[in-house]
Write a protein that binds this ligand. Sequence first.
Ligand code: TYD
Ligand code: MG
Length: 380
Amino acid sequence: MPEMDRVLGGGIVAGSAVLIGGDPGIGKSTLLLQILQNMAGRGLDVLYVTGEESSGQIGMRGKRIGALARKLLVLVEISLESIMQRISEVKPAAVVIDSIQTLYCSLLSSAPGSVGQVRECSERLILQAKKSGIPVFLIGHVTKDGSIAGPKVLEHMVDTVLYFEGDTGHAYRILRSIKNRFGPANEIGVFEMRDTGLREVSSPSEFFLSERPKGAAGSAVSASLEGTRPVLIEIQALASPTNLGMPRRTVIGADASRVSLLVAVLEKICGLKLGNHDIFVNVAGGVRVSEPAVDLGVVSAVFSSYRNRPIISDTVVFGEVGLTGEIRGIGRTEDRIREAARMGFSRCILPKTSIRMDSPPAGMELDRISHIRELQAKLF
Ligand code: TYD
Ligand code: MG
C-alpha cells in the first residue's frame, strides 16, 4: 500500500512496533485489516488480534472490503499471555493488536485499559516483536484531549507513532507520522473512506482542491510541505463587518495565534481596518497546516475577502510573513513550484529571497516579492 509505505518511511520494518491512534469510528480497524489483507494476498501469514469485536463482526467487515484471504488469521482474545503464545506458535509476518486498551495481563490486578495494563502489555509485546522480528501494530484509542489513552510513555516505547485523522462527516482520512525511527516524521498518507473500505488518494493536491470555488473572493491556494511532499491546499477566509467590541477570530486547520499575528500585520502595515471585522479562516478539506510557508496564503485569503475581490485565477501563493511585513524565504521552493505546475497553475507569488530556480516549469510565471506592501498589486 504505497500511502502506508510512505508514512512508515518506506515500508514495514522487521521487529518494529507501530502505534496507531485515532478517534473511534475513524477507520483504524479497517485500515489495518486492509494492510494485512495485502500481505496475506502475497502469501504471508498474518494475525489480527481483536478484543473489540467478535469474529462474526470481523468477518462481515472483511467481506465488505474484500479482506477474507485464507492466510489472514483472526484471533478474538484479550489475555496477553494467550496472545503471545499464539504469536510464537503461528509466527506470522505481522501482528495487529486491536486495541491495546482491551488487553489484560494476569500479573497485574488492575482492569484492562488502565495505565498499568496498557504499559505492561505494550512493553511485553514490543519486546516480543524485537526478539522475534515480527512487526507489531498497536491500535490505541484517543482520549478527548486528543492524545493516545494510557501513559505518554507508550509513545516513547514504540518505534513509530501514527495518527489517523479526519472527520467522520467527510470521506477523507489522513494518516500522519508523529514519530518515526525509520523515516521522516510528519509524513502524510491520504485515504478516502468508501463503502468498500479505504481507497488511497495518490494525488492529495487534486483531492484538497477538488471543491474549490473558481473566481470567489476569500479563497487562496497555497503550497504546504507535508512531510516530504508538497501539497496544494485551499485557504478560505471570511472578513465580515461586526458590531462586537471584541471581533471574532475563528481558525480551523491552521494555528490561531499565527493567524492573529498575520491579521495584525495586515492592519498595521497594509492599513486594513480589520478591528471592526469578524475573521474566519478555514483550510479546506480538513487538513491541518502548521508551516509558516502558508502565511502568505492566509494573508492573501483575508485580503481578498476584505476587498471582496477574487485573486487572479491560477495563482499559488506561499512565503513566510515577518512582523515588519517582510516576506521571508522558505525551504523546498522548487518542489512547491513543480507541484503548482503539475496541478495546472500558471503563476506563483513567492519570496524574493527563495533560491533561484534554474529552469522553472514551462508556462510558470514566478512573481517574487520582498514585502507585504507589494502583495496587493500582485493579487488582483
Ligand atoms: P472502523 O475501522 O471500525 O473504525 P475504528 O476502528 O477507528 O473505530 O471504521 C468504522 C467506520 O467506517 C464506520 O462508521 C463505517 C465506516 N466504514 C465505511 O464507510 N466503509 C467500509 O467499508 C467500512 C469497513 C467502514
Ligand atoms: Mg476499531
